[in-house]
Design a protein around this ligand. Structure first.
Ligand SMILES: [Zn+2]
Length: 426
């Protein structure tokens, strides 16, 4: 509906066929080109003026910019400049993104060409488009915009953000041009089908004193080794299953640090309800009572091709296959604010079972029933309180916590409740 409206307006302004304009617009929008930019591009194609607004842009403070208020001019301090390449009209194009500030606030921007400004520069940007992203206005600096350097620095309360240095805990999806000093905890190489065919990427886990986050390096660099302490300049952050993920692009620079980056051993503890509401959290600690041990726990068999758990000897994907023995626990954990399914791998399962997989198989043979193992595990876990650390994912199948640690809490819940009451009463 909205697209129809824009197409009609453009078509009548340019005096060309509406369907043709609409198809051009659709084509650009499917590559995530912002609407303003797409309209300008279609105007240029049909020989129209590239100005996207009839009214002259007005000088605005950042706090006064509104998503649908037309083009603006701003005088700002550049906080961050990130560089990224995207595919635009079938061709690779380099864009710059980051944050700007003035005395009234900060705003994200995308620049569709290189205007040459750098973090710390004070500039006046003329005729910038405004688009809405995630409910907030963003500046769109394109071919119709101008950038002039200011000789006097623009005063802002956000000077500490110049350059984009950040701790891992502060990174949020949508951040661009950030700089982190971090240690590589895990790294593995993977082959994926990228936009230029098969390509190798690195993925793993980064850590600093404030937390851990997963990362992907889209242009694998040999310096990303397990244990390496690195300064990564110009990374961007995307959300993956509700968790911020650090991305290294071809433009990211990697500097090996002489001093090891300090890493915290503990994970933040959350209520189950708030963790699930967050939509997924990387490396957290939850505390709760085991309500139930779910079907598919204890001794299981996995497909030798795809590792899926077999049901009656059948893989959902590969049918009748030779199974490989494994052990796991799926335990429903509840703390009064919500529930998650904690998934324990073979090592953790052997620990709660109190024996090896061979022991479990011997017990099952003797009883002529595999379920005795899961029953034993349920007898141990159900009704007791556990501390679980791992990665929480939330999707249409529910909230699952892949456990790295699973321990019975040594403090008595009644005592903790009493302590809490004393605290509240004090
Ligand atoms: Zn399979």
């Amino acid at each position: 509906m909205e697209l129809d409206h824009h197409a009609e307006e453009l078509a009548s302004a340019l005096g060309v066929d509406k369907e043709e304009v609409k198809s051009d617009l659709q084509n650009l929008l499917q590559y995530s080109v912002p609407l303003d930019e797409a309209k300008q591009s279609v105007r240029r194609k049909h020989g129209g003026s590239s100005s996207s607004s009839d009214a002259p842009p007005s000088a605005k403070r950042i706090a006064d910019i509104e998503p649908n208020g037309g083009n603006v001019s701003v005088t700002v301090r550049v906080l961050t400049v990130g560089t990224r390449s995207i595919v635009y009209q079938g061709e690779s194009q380099t864009i710059h993104e980051g944050k700007l500030a003035d005395g009234s606030g900060t705003i994200s921007y995308t620049a569709w060409q290189d205007f040459g400004f750098e973090p710390g520069d004070s500039v006046t940007i003329g005729n910038a488009g405004v688009r809405e992203w995630d409910g907030k206005p963003e500046l769109n600096i394109g071919a119709a915009s101008t950038v002039a350097v200011e000789s006097e620095p623009v005063e802002t309360p956000y000077d500490d953000q110049i350059g984009g240095d950040a701790d891992l805990i502060d990174l949020q999806a949508g951040d661009r041009g950030r700089v982190v000093e971090t240690r590589v905890l895990e790294v593995e190489s993977r082959t994926i089908d990228g936009r230029d065919g098969e390509t190798t990427i690195l993925s793993g886990v980064l850590a600093d004193e404030t937390g851990r986050l997963p990362f992907t390096d889209w242009a694998p660099r040999p310096d990303l080794k397990e244990g390496a302490s690195l300064r990564l300049s110009d990374v961007y952050v995307r959300e993956f299953r509700g968790v911020p993920q650090v991305n290294l692009s071809e433009f990211t620079t990697v500097e090996v640090l002489d001093d090891a980056v300090e890493v915290s051993d503990s994970a933040p503890r959350l209520k189950i309800g708030e963790a699930v509401d967050a939509g997924g959290v990387f490396d957290i600690e939850l505390l709760g009572n085991v309500l139930e041990v779910r079907d598919g726990s204890g001794l299981i068999e996995r497909c030798s091709d795809c590792s899926r758990v077999l049901q009656n000897g059948q893989c959902r994907q590969h049918g009748d296959v030779d199974g490989e023995d494994d052990m796991r626990v799926k335990a429903i954990l509840d703390d009064g604010t919500g529930t998650v399914t904690a998934i324990l791998d073979r090592d953790l399962t052997e620990a709660v079972y109190g024996g090896t997989m061979e022991d479990a198989m011997a017990q099952a043979r003797e009883a002529m029933d595999k379920e005795v193992v899961a029953d034993d595990i349920a007898d141990t876990l159900v009704g007791r309180e556990y501390r679980v650390r791992g990665n929480l994912s939330v999707d249409e199948y529910g909230a699952n916590l892949e456990a790295d640690e699973f321990e019975e809490t040594d403090d008595d819940p009644a005592e903790r409740a009493a302590a809490l009451l004393t605290e509240v009463g004090a």
